[in-house]
Design a protein around this ligand. Structure first.
Ligand code: B12
Length: 253
């Protein structure tokens, strides 16, 4: 961080520190002049002053989508920002395979799924399938990992059974839909089911991922780790080795 930016920053729009932000939202009203006034009123109440309407479009009957650009006075204190930092070393696929082979002396078993009604498999496939993402191959590519990908809309009892059958060291669950906090409810249900089904020591490492999770919520959701937007397979493989092999958390055997 350079000294000119300081520990306190404000948003940048047209000129440094002008406080300009852009937000989008939908109001349950048909598109007309009054709807546009309503959008400006909301933006003002959110602390945007002045607030300029840059886009308004009716979305089906009785709904309008807005984009508003305007100034806020809020400051961001960078010294008070809290995030979950990566606390394990990033390993190459070769290093992951070598550590698992040398220290575990068997394949590390991973079971993955999208649970509940969630059918968004692209994220979990990006982590598990050979094709991977962002130029990295997925966990199926790792010689010392045995991967079972159960796909979409897997129920929690099915997942527990599959994890048991595969003697899973780690269970990887994806949750993309967040309507009515479905991702949080499903994750809690999943972690409770594993606590009930398997004693400590035989319970797999529980990992959830998806674009709208708060990575700091792992403990309260009963899982070991949460991975968010932009996760790569290499990060997940490195975490598995850290948590299960070098950190000696393996207990499923
Ligand atoms: C593709 C898509 C679909 C496809 C899914 C196809 C498939 N096989 O996956 C289809 C068309 C089926 C679909 C359907 C629906 N969709 Co949709 N969909 C999307 C879309 C456009 C892209 C999602 C995606 O593939 N991202 C790319 C992947 C690579 O990113 P990712 O999932 O974030 O994964 C990364 C990380 O999050 C992380 N990660 C994810 N999971 C995991 C798991 C683990 C263990 C780890 C370690 C990491 C990890 O790693 C991944 C790689 O970096 C999003 C909008 C968007 N632009 O995001 C909407 C979106 C997710 N869909 C949405 C909705 C509402 C739906 C439907 C309900 C629509 C409807 N009314 O029918 C249905 C629901 C179907 C269902 N039962 O789940 C909403 C969800 C809103 C919300 N608040 O929950 C979104 C956000 C669109 C929107 N803005 O409204 N959808």
């Amino acid at each position: 961080m350079s000294a000119s930016q300081g520990p306190v920053v404000r948003p940048y729009g047209d000129t440094t520190g002008d406080g300009m932000v852009q937000v989008s939202f939908t109001l349950p009203v048909p598109h007309d002049k009054r709807a546009e006034g309503a959008a400006i009123q909301l933006a003002n109440r959110m602390g945007m002053d002045p607030a300029l309407l840059v886009h308004a479009k009716q979305m089906g009957d009785g709904f309008t989508f807005f984009v508003v650009y305007g100034r806020v006075n809020h400051l961001v204190d960078l010294s008070a920002v809290q995030v979950v930092e990566r606390d394990f070393p990033l390993l190459s696929a070769k290093e992951v395979n070598a550590v698992v082979k040398r220290r575990l002396r068997r394949k590390l078993s991973v079971v993955g799924a999208c649970i509940g009604t969630d059918a968004h498999t692209v994220g979990i496939d990006a982590i598990l399938n050979v094709k991977g993402i962002a130029g990295e191959k997925g966990l199926e590519y790792y010689r010392e990992l045995s991967v079972t990908n159960l796909g979409a809309q897997v129920s929690v009892p099915e997942l527990v059974e599959a994890a048991r059958a595969a003697r899973a060291d780690a269970v990887l669950v994806s949750q993309v839909v967040t309507q009515r906090d479905a991702h949080l409810h499903n994750t809690r249900e999943m972690s409770a089911a594993f606590r009930e089904a398997l004693p400590v020591g035989r319970r797999p490492l529980l990992i959830v991922g998806g674009p709208r999770f708060d990575e700091s919520q792992a403990t309260e959701l009963g899982v070991d780790r949460i991975f968010g937007r932009g996760t790569t397979p290499g990060e997940v493989a490195s975490y598995l080795v850290h948590a299960l092999v070098t950190g000696r958390k393996v207990g499923a055997a």
